[in-house]
Design a protein around this ligand. Structure first.
Ligand SMILES: *Cc1c(COP(=O)(O)O)cnc(C)c1O
Length: 371
């Protein structure tokens, strides 16, 4: 980040630890489940906030392709010498973007008639494209009655290969929802007449729905060590957290019985209590709204988050952690506190918390012997 000799990550109040070795371990979990499939590792949104360059470099030798959301994300990976196929899940949104795709040898996922027309009209053509089918998510993809003509139009473009046919699962994290079976059946029916490679599984598909594995799996969240399955922890699934969000106690105070802590005076001490102020807030990407079950970890002790989270700090009840002092390390999520647990307390999902850590937070890459 900064070359200033006075800038030292160790003196920052809040930082992320990224463990590339954990990502590599998580890829082996993908392999163990989907033994016959190729792996398209999803590194969109800066690898779910972990750093696309770091993660892509760490796992490139273990996977068969990368997937990103946008052309710009694909270009960024090419610029750091990633040579594997890079699939752009949303393809392109203007004719001009096709030239960038071609120049950087990115593989778009075509999902609308407008994209087909741009592709047909473009002077430059990519060497291959994926085609996306809608099987029930109703977000992106050709409807059942458009698939045959979309495939035929692509086949008619000289020199253009079809890398495969894909669809996306809407609710595979819920093992009781019958929509996944319906999507599998629809996908199989829509693709039965073609010999092209097929892809349906996200992380939940990899772990819980073997019928979705097919030729290519597209894991995202599980690579980062968070559970994609409702009511199953990452540890139960054999996954290791790649990101740990850490901060420090920047003040410790005694608050009198009945006194309030924080904006809005929304939390009051029942008895006199020790309160620790941690140097992280929503300006760093910690969620502003969390419920009264939320904790942070100090020296293996779970300390409740109390009062409202501010932009630059939050407060902890230190009653269970009497030895805590200023300067002490605080873990907001990571190996000892699953990000899914914090996400639950913030009425969101792990994906959102991982993605939205802000640039103010410095990054430290855990040393990694296997590189
Ligand atoms: C984000 C994404 C994935 C990965 O999903 P996870 O739930 O993170 O495994 C796979 N396929 C598509 C099309 C996606 O957009």
């Amino acid at each position: 980040m900064s070359n200033d000799k006075f800038h030292d990550q160790k003196i920052d109040r809040t930082w992320l630890q990224i463990d590339p070795g954990a990502a590599r371990h998580n890829v082996t979990v993908v392999r163990r489940h989907a033994t016959a499939s190729r792996i398209m590792a999803v590194v969109k949104a800066n690898a779910y906030g972990h750093g696309a360059e770091t993660i892509a470099a760490a796992i490139a030798a273990q996977v068969d392709a990368f997937a990103v959301a946008t052309v710009a994300e694909g270009i960024a990976l090419r610029q750091v010498q990633i040579e594997l196929p890079i699939v752009v899940l949303s393809a392109f949104h203007s004719a001009a973007q096709i030239n960038s795709l071609c120049h950087y040898q990115l593989t778009p996922v075509i999902h609308t008639a407008a994209q087909l027309a741009w592709l047909e009209d473009s002077e430059l053509k990519p060497t291959s494209v994926w085609i996306k089918l809608n099987t029930g998510m109703n977000r992106l993809g050709f409807a059942a009655d458009q698939v045959a003509s979309a495939v035929a139009r692509i086949e008619a473009i000289a020199g253009l290969q079809i890398a495969g046919l894909m669809s996306h699962l809407a609710n595979a994290d819920d093992l009781d929802d019958t929509i996944t079976e319906q999507q599998i059946n629809r996908f199989n029916a829509l693709t039965a007449d073609y010999a092209y490679p097929r892809s349906l599984a996200n992380s939940a598909g990899v772990l819980a729905w073997p019928d979705t594995h097919l030729d290519w799996v597209r894991p995202g969240i599980m690579l980062y060590g968070a559970s994609p399955i409702l009511n199953k922890t990452a540890v139960e699934l054999g996954l290791q957290a790649v990101m740990q969000l850490e901060s420090k106690l920047i003040a410790v105070r005694t608050v009198a019985a009945g006194a309030a802590v924080g904006y809005g005076a929304s939390w009051r001490c029942r008895n006199e209590c020790r309160v620790g102020i941690v140097g992280i807030g929503y300006g760093d990407g910690y969620p502003r709204i969390v419920d009264d079950q939320t904790v942070a970890v100090i020296a293996d002790q779970r300390c409740p988050v109390i009062g409202r989270v501010s932009m630059d700090s939050l407060a902890l009840d230190l009653s269970g952690c009497t030895q805590a002092t200023v300067g002490q390390r605080v873990i907001l999520w990571g190996k000892s506190l699953p990000v899914e647990e914090v996400a639950d307390c913030a009425a969101t999902i792990s994906y959102e918390l991982l993605c939205r850590v802000t640039p103010r937070v410095s990054r430290e890459i855990v040393a990694d012997d296997n590189e």
